[in-house]
Unconditional design. Structure first.
Length: 149
């Protein structure tokens, strides 16, 4: 619970400081994104577990935001958590995501959003592996994989 408390404080701090750099109208987002991407990225939906294209991907590269192309995660930060979504123990750079307290669906969780475009990515939990102990559980449809060249 101590980690959840620390994450909650971090969420409040980031919420106060964060302002997305990329702003588009909902009509612009609908035109740019597929219906599945729009539902997850802009409406904070969730894809079905074990249905995403990146859940079991084990190639070297980077994972970018599907909405704005900002690099968010790297393949060397990915691990198999068994949760049904791509899981990462860290982000490429902390300033690239915003963490928000999420009390939807009768639960208290920490939502992960892209700091550049304010798109919903997934949630972070404190049951991940070392060195961070965190598990960023991210929707595949919210990501775009770019392999190393």
């Amino acid at each position: 619970m101590k980690v959840l408390h620390v994450l909650s404080l971090l969420c409040l701090t980031q919420l106060a400081l964060a302002e997305p750099k990329l702003k588009k109208s909902e009509a612009e987002w609908k035109k740019q994104l597929t219906p599945a991407q729009y539902e997850v990225l802009r409406k904070a939906g969730t894809e079905r577990p074990f249905s995403g294209e990146y859940t079991d991907l084990d190639k070297p590269g980077a994972y970018h935001c599907a909405a704005c192309d900002q690099e968010l995660f790297r393949s060397n930060q990915k691990f198999h958590s068994g949760c049904g979504w791509p899981a990462f123990f860290a982000v490429a750079a902390k300033e690239r995501v915003t963490l928000l307290r999420d009390t939807s669906h009768g639960m208290v969780r920490v939502e992960v959003r892209c700091a550049h475009c304010d798109s919903h990515l997934g949630h972070v939990f404190e049951d991940g592996p070392q060195p961070t102990g965190q598990r960023y559980c991210i929707n595949s449809v919210a990501l775009k994989f770019k392999p190393l060249r």
